[in-house]
Design a protein around this ligand. Structure first.
Ligand code: ATP
Ligand code: MG
Length: 321
């Protein structure tokens, strides 16, 4: 099985990224042909700051490696190091109906949040389709927020195949329903660009500030609460041992849940959960040259695949004369 997924260097990676995508990518390393990449061209749609983007790219790569991605057992690279993807994106854009993009929620949500509605942001799903189709990926593990973009990629692949003959594998999303959308501090989707995240590698002090800022309702301790509608509970659920989760669930439905106490417990759990990756990350940060080298080797590997697909596409559409 060929599995592919990317992550934007648009800010510190957060636990939504981890549970929505990174964890299942890492778990799939041995059983599949895995493609993981840092999508810096996508991040340009929200980060227009040379320093932040370039540093973010190296940091995102470092974080992914620290969390357990092994570059020897997958292809791991930076999107812009394989420029074939932009050529494919152009070809695909010429057969992408405007209506398909106009329906995309992610674009509308980001514009509503104040991100400049550029053509790049609008065309994001086409570049994403190119990312996936260029590598003939069969499965794409993503959070629920990317489900619609995956449908766009499928529609584009099918349309291309119907117009020019069988060329692309039609990709399938892989979405874990129990983790589909991890809520942020404010209860909306946790997003780097919304400023509502719990970063995986925050310092202890920063982490405490974030966890304490998780928005909860103002009901008294003894009141009965609905765990399924509680942001804090959704986050606690990700980290708590089963027995403890059952106890806390009991406190919610019978009364007695103290949000402040649960937050402190969540803080400890979070800190422990990422202890090992944090140590690994510190080692990698001390040697950025090593990370750059890994990415360079990954780009060479990725490009070998990319040129094969692009050559076929050029031939199919008549760009070879
Ligand atoms: P941005 O706000 O810049 O779009 P992001 O936090 O949404 O950043 P992306 O790089 O767009 O992160 O997404 C990387 C992967 O993480 C995607 O597969 C996406 O579906 C997943 N993901 C992002 N946020 C969440 C979330 N809150 N819950 C589950 N999965 C998520
Ligand atoms: Mg996103």
């Amino acid at each position: 099985m060929r599995i592919l997924s990317g992550i934007q260097p648009s800010g510190q990676l957060h636990i939504g990224n981890y549970f929505g995508m990174m964890r299942s990518m890492i778990a799939n390393m041995d059983s599949s042909e895995l493609y993981a990449f840092i999508v810096d061209l996508h991040a340009l749609t929200s980060v227009q700051d040379r320093e932040r983007l370039s540093r973010g790219t190296l940091e995102a790569a470092t974080d992914f490696l620290a969390l357990g991605l092994d570059p020897e057992r997958c292809t791991f690279w930076v999107q812009s190091d394989v420029p074939e993807v932009t050529e494919l994106a152009w070809v695909l854009s010429t057969l992408t109906p405007m209506g398909l993009l106009e329906r995309c929620h992610s674009y509308k949500d980001k514009v509503a949040k104040g991100i400049v509605p550029s053509h790049g942001l609008f065309a994001y799903p086409v570049l994403m389709a190119a990312d996936i189709l260029l590598f003939q990926a069969e499965r794409v593990p993503v959070g629920k927020d990317q489900k619609q973009h995956l449908e766009v990629a499928r529609d584009i692949a099918i349309k291309f195949n119907n117009t020019f003959g069988e060329t692309f594998v039609v990709p399938e999303p892989v979405i874990d329903d129990s983790l589909a959308t991890i809520p942020g501090l404010d209860g909306q989707k946790m997003s780097k660009s919304y400023g509502n995240t719990i970063p995986i590698f925050a310092s202890e002090k920063e982490l405490k500030k974030k966890v304490m800022a998780i928005v909860t309702d103002a009901t008294p301790v003894e009141a009965v609460k609905d765990p399924d509608n509680c942001n804090l509970y959704s986050l606690f659920k990700l980290f708590a041992p089963k027995d403890r989760l059952t106890e806390v669930h009991g406190l919610y439905v019978n009364g007695g849940a103290m949000y402040g106490k649960i937050k402190l417990e969540l803080l400890d759990l979070l800190w422990e959960y990422f202890r090992e990756p944090r140590e690994k990350r510190a080692q990698l940060l001390a040697d950025p040259g090593q990370v750059r080298e890994i990415l360079q080797r990954g780009a060479v590997k990725a490009r070998e695949k990319a040129v094969v697909t692009l050559d076929l596409v050029r031939d199919r559409v008549g760009l070879k004369y």
